[in-house]
Design a protein. Structure first.
Length: 387
């Protein structure tokens, strides 16, 4: 029997579909909410706030399961892992931010210009504040400080402890596992798993006749959120230098609101009414239509992020640009995907993909994310955990 501990997310639906096909009735899906808004398989999950007696009862009996699967390492799950006995087998479904946003790594996710923006938004912290921040990033100072002031261990220390406690890690891409293994010297073993397939994501139902990309006008999708790790500013300035005359769609509906306002202001100043920030949540089908209308997709993250968007863009014949610092770039290059980088390839960003390049990208997605291959990964995952 497997216990899944998750939040209210559509990704859990994809996981439920796979686990129930392979070991039906041998999973418990514990969701930390009383009224889920995103999960469709309501009859399959147990919904309770983490302060409820029923939720606590499950957490108090972790020893009886073959494994406990942590879907994204959020703060409440960190406490569960760190309090668990050594006999419990923990599996970490590594999504991205839950591993990359440790202090040792977080500062490396922002470009220098993005750091300047964050400083401005934080009212330009003086040198004393920066020195204090640096000192408190070190465990030797931060641990006693946090114990004295907050009466608990620092959040960053608790996260690293939970990651090191994991027995297995199932990342979005294997390069995430390589990264966290190197940075934190974790001993957890790798497990393959993909939440979605081309079928479940609806990619095979796309109408190939829908091809706005063949029009003369270029439209760019820039970033996937208002998280500063999108490093929008470099791309905006690069496009200004190249005198880009098309439209820019910039999703900013979740993340840092102040940062979203700043990027909106800069984008409007540079590109006027050609810059379209998405500041409010819009229906998924409407968002997907916007994404499909963009023949160029630029994601300037320095970490794996928005892989669903990237795969959809590749499938929809878009030309995708990532930073070479992003592990996803190396992952895609290694798998023979026709991908481009913002550091050296940007000068020819308006040149369209050839039919051969489009098919090359589709072949990769069909091979790696077909329903059959996704289920093979899930079978390996489950066979490793369940005797």
């Amino acid at each position: 029997m497997l216990l899944h501990i998750a939040d209210d997310s559509i990704f859990l639906d994809y996981a439920i579909e796979q686990f129930e096909k392979i070991i039906p009735g041998q999973n418990i899906y514990l969701v930390n909410t009383e009224k889920p808004k995103h999960i469709k398989n309501i009859n399959k999950i147990i919904c309770n706030g983490n302060k409820s007696n029923e939720y606590k009862a499950y957490i108090n009996e972790l020893n009886k399961y073959d494994a406990v699967i942590i879907h994204a390492l959020t703060s409440d799950k960190i406490k569960i892992v760190n309090k668990g006995s050594k006999k419990i087998i923990f599996v970490w479904m590594f999504w991205g931010a839950d591993g990359y946003y440790i202090n040792k790594v977080k500062s490396t996710l922002f470009s220098e210009r993005t750091k300047d923006i964050l400083d401005k938004l934080n009212n330009n912290p003086n040198i004393f504040s920066k020195v204090k921040q640096y000192i408190l990033s070190k465990d030797i100072f931060n641990i006693p400080y946090s114990l004295l002031i907050k009466k608990e261990l620092p959040a960053d220390y608790q996260r690293r402890k939970a990651i090191r406690r994991m027995d297995f890690c199932a990342p979005v891409i294997e390069d995430d596992y390589f990264f966290i293994k190197k940075v934190l010297r974790v001993k957890c073993k790798y497990l393959p798993f993909s939440y979605g397939s081309v079928e479940s994501l609806g990619l095979l139902n796309e109408d190939d006749s829908f091809n706005i990309k063949e029009s003369e006008n270029n439209r760019i999708l820039l970033g996937n959120s208002a998280d500063p790790s999108n490093n929008h500013i470099e791309i905006i300035l690069a496009l200004e230098k190249l005198k880009f005359g098309g439209e820019i769609i910039c999703p900013l509906s979740y993340g840092n609101n102040e940062y979203a306002s700043y990027i909106t202001k800069i984008g409007n100043e540079v590109f006027g009414d050609k810059f379209f920030p998405i500041l409010d949540f819009i229906p998924l089908d409407e968002y997907q239509t916007l994404v499909k209308s963009c023949n160029i997709v630029i994601m300037n993250h320095y970490r794996q992020q928005g892989m669903g968007n990237i795969l959809s863009a590749l499938w929809n014949r878009s030309k995708v640009f990532l930073s070479m610092k992003n592990p996803a770039y190396n992952y895609l290059i290694r798998n023979n995907v026709k991908i481009f980088n913002v550091e050296f390839d940007f000068i020819e960003f308006e040149k369209r993909l050839t039919s051969a390049e489009i098919n090359q990208n589709k072949d990769f997605i069909l091979n790696q994310y077909s329903s059959d291959n996704v289920m093979k990964k899930a079978k390996i995952f489950i066979d490793t955990l369940v005797n």
